[in-house]
Structures are given as C-alpha cells and as structure tokens.
Design a protein around this ligand. Structure first.
Ligand code: 6PG
Length: 251
C-alpha cells in the first residue's frame, strides 16, 4: 500500500514527519533497544532539523543512523551527506549537551582520489555494517529526474540482484562516485518513506503515480510496497503533486 501525505509547506511536513518517525521509533523500541534508520541527502536534512532537533520525544541515544546513499568524498567535504547531517543536526545536538545517536558512515580511509578500484570495497564494508534483515525505517529523497538513493533512471544498478550496497562512478548528478542501497536491500526494510517537495518534482511524480508502467526509480520503490511490512509512504508539499491524480491525506 502506497500512501501520500500532502501539506502546504516544509514546516507542516517537518511536524508531521517527526510524528511519523516517533511512532516508528516507539514501536521498535517497545521490542528492542535499537532503532535503525537511514536518511538521505538534499532538502530532507533541513526538514529533519526543523522537526527533530528540539523534539523531546526523540530517543537519540537508541538511534543508529545509516545513509541511504553517500557520495565518495571525505566526510568533511561539502558534498558529503554525513557532513551535511553532522553540521545541521549532530553538532547542534552536542551543543545542547544531549547524548547523540550512533552514526554509520563510509570508511574514508579507503577513498583514493584518482583510483576508483576501492569504491566497491567501501560499499562492501558499508554493507557489512547494515542489519542483515533490513532497517526499521528508510527516509528517501526524490530527484526531479525520479531518482532515489543513488539509483538513477536507466542505470544498470536498477537491476542489481546480488549486492545490498553498491558503488557507482558514473552518477549523472555530481559528484559521480557514490555508494547506494540497492532495491534488494530496500525490499528487506520495514518502512520506506519519501520526502519530496517543490514544483520541480511534478513531472516525474506524475509518471510515478499515473503511469503503472513507469520505470523511474521512485516508481520501482513504490512497487516494493507489498514486500515491506510497513509499506511505502510519501510526505509531499502541494507544489510537488499539483495536478496529479492521487488520493492524498495527512498523517
Ligand atoms: O545525492 C543526491 O544526488 C541527492 O542527495 C539526491 O538524491 C536528493 O535526495 C534528491 O535529489 C532530492 O533532493 P531535494 O530534496 O533537495 O530536492
């Protein structure tokens, strides 16, 4: 089942997404002591900052945070997804004296600026740190071209059937070298939640939601809805889904 939750702006999304994440957190922590979540880059980090930072219901010390994809750059590089999350969320958390989450990043000692041959090793090592049975929640972005994680339209990784985490060095969006969760691994996770905002997403989301044959990566994630027990949902703003024939509600 794919659900679409739609709001007028990022502040409203941030509030509702926080409520959703806390519900997932609470149901997992009722049964075990660790909440495994993956986040993505882009504007999602800013929405998480708004919704989570001063939120007393987040049990940060029980969170283990992974990345749905990461750029193969040093962690302090402006293009690093970890770097953005550290600056926006982790540093302010530490500043408030809170016990922070555990973060699982790529091993930057394996990055060689000109030699890409260790990129597969970075992916392999990242895969070895992931829970074998999948994550509790994966927060996904959606690019204007319909990509998600670093799974791009028409890319050979859309057909990856063996690896849970793969590397690529031909990302059409810079920077070119990345690692990404694959569909194989996303299918093992409990809940998949997209956050997509802005009119630049309209054309690809029209294809995702109105064309049952769509091959866009975001559409292929929607097709996993029956495999993942918590389903697939979308948190969108009105601009992203204007004119698109879908049933919308609010969480
Ligand atoms: O690695 C990347 O290329 C980006 O992080 C990307 O995957 C992002 O998540 C989407 O393009 C959505 O970005 P916005 O939310 O900023 O529109």
């Amino acid at each position: 089942m794919v659900k679409v939750y739609s709001y007028k702006d990022n502040d409203a999304i941030a509030k509702s997404l926080a409520k959703f994440i806390i519900a997932q957190q609470d149901s997992v922590l009722a049964t075990r002591d660790q909440f495994n979540i993956a986040i993505s880059g882009g504007s999602l980090v800013n929405i998480l900052t708004k919704g989570l930072l001063d939120n007393k219901d987040i049990n940060w010390s029980k969170w283990v945070i992974y990345f749905s994809d990461e750029r193969i750059v040093p962690l302090n590089d402006k293009d690093s997804n970890f770097g953005a999350f550290e600056k926006e969320v982790l540093a302010p958390l530490a500043h408030h004296g809170k016990i922070g989450p555990t973060i699982v990043t790529i091993n930057e000692s394996l990055i060689h600026s000109s030699d890409h041959s260790t990129d597969a090793k970075i992916a392999q090592e990242y895969e070895s740190k992931l829970p074998v049975n999948g994550l509790d929640l994966v927060l996904l972005g959606a690019g204007p071209d319909g990509h998600t994680c670093s799974l791009f339209p028409g890319h050979k990784l859309l057909n990856e059937k063996t690896l849970n985490v793969a590397s690529l060095d031909d990302s059409p969006k810079l920077p070119p070298r990345r690692i990404t969760l694959t569909f194989k691994y996303l299918a093992k996770c409990s809940t998949l939640a997209f956050v997509a905002t802005g009119a630049s997403k309209q054309a690809s989301l029209k294809d995702v939601f109105e064309n049952s044959e769509s091959k866009l990566p975001c559409a292929l994630v929607n097709k996993l809805a029956n495999d993942v027990k918590g389903g697939v949902c979308w948190f969108v703003d009105d601009a992203a889904v204007e004119g698109i024939q879908i049933e919308k509600s609010q969480y």
